[in-house]
Design a protein around this ligand. Structure first.
Ligand SMILES: [Cu+2]
Length: 133
């Protein structure tokens, strides 16, 4: 029985690590949940204070679950209580991945990127922390 359970678990773990393979090998961040994985990569890879960047995002279902949609994306500085000065433009690519254009971290410090994932009526918030110098 134990051997059978291991066989079932292994492909799910492999799939999580593979999520976002199309984003390239470097600078890909992954947030893993039991039923899906969110992978994203900033472009350019290094955040520069006050410079526009974009995120490329891939959502992958795990263990046979469908990939959820990315409903909203934003960023804010929790210590300061403010967000970005511009709303990011979220769009979907032909391959099913997502991109968020027009993002700017206009202050140095700790930023949180928030990804609201699910359906418009029911979302789960994933948070990625990024430091800007
Ligand atoms: Cu601030």
């Amino acid at each position: 029985m134990k051997a059978a359970a291991l066989v079932l678990l292994w492909p799910a773990a492999a799939a999580a690590a593979d999520c976002g393979a199309t984003l390239g090998e470097a600078d890909v961040r992954r947030i893993e949940r039991p039923r899906y994985t969110l992978a994203f990569r900033p472009e350019p890879a290094e955040f520069e204070l006050g410079e526009v960047f974009r995120l490329r995002i891939v959502l992958c279902g795990r263990a046979g679950a469908p990939a959820p949609d990315l409903v909203r994306l934003d960023a804010w500085m929790p210590e300061h209580g403010h967000g970005m000065n511009y709303a990011p433009l979220l769009s979907r690519e032909a391959d099913g991945s997502w991109r968020a254009d027009g993002m700017v971290f206009h202050m140095a410090g700790r930023w949180e990127i928030t990804f609201d994932v699910g359906t418009p009526s029911r979302t789960e918030r994933l948070v990625a922390e990024e430091a800007v110098e």
